[in-house]
Design a protein around this ligand. Structure first.
Ligand SMILES: [Zn+2]
Length: 82
């Protein structure tokens, strides 16, 4: 795997890897999220949207040590990802 240097507040962070965000789900009780109106209809897939607040909450729940980089990626220390 290629070594990537991430930046947080302009400071380089080494030995971190990016988290995949497939687990994010829009919250039905959130006004800013958009929930897929017809989960079984592929025409509407792609309409789902997770607002940044809910993204932060869900990422921190799953990866309490995650950091948000200047390039809008979530990263964790290499080896911490399970
Ligand atoms: Zn939300």
């Amino acid at each position: 795997m290629e070594a990537v240097t991430y930046y947080d507040d302009g400071k380089p962070i080494k030995n971190h890897i990016e988290i995949g965000l497939d687990f994010l789900k829009p919250k039905t009780d959130c006004n800013d999220c958009q929930v897929d109106p017809c989960p079984d209809d592929p025409i509407y897939s792609g309409d789902e949207y997770v607002c940044f607040n809910c993204e932060v909450n869900q990422v921190q729940e799953k990866h309490p040590e995650a950091r948000y980089t200047d390039s809008d990626d979530w990263i964790v220390q290499r080896g911490d990802l399970r």
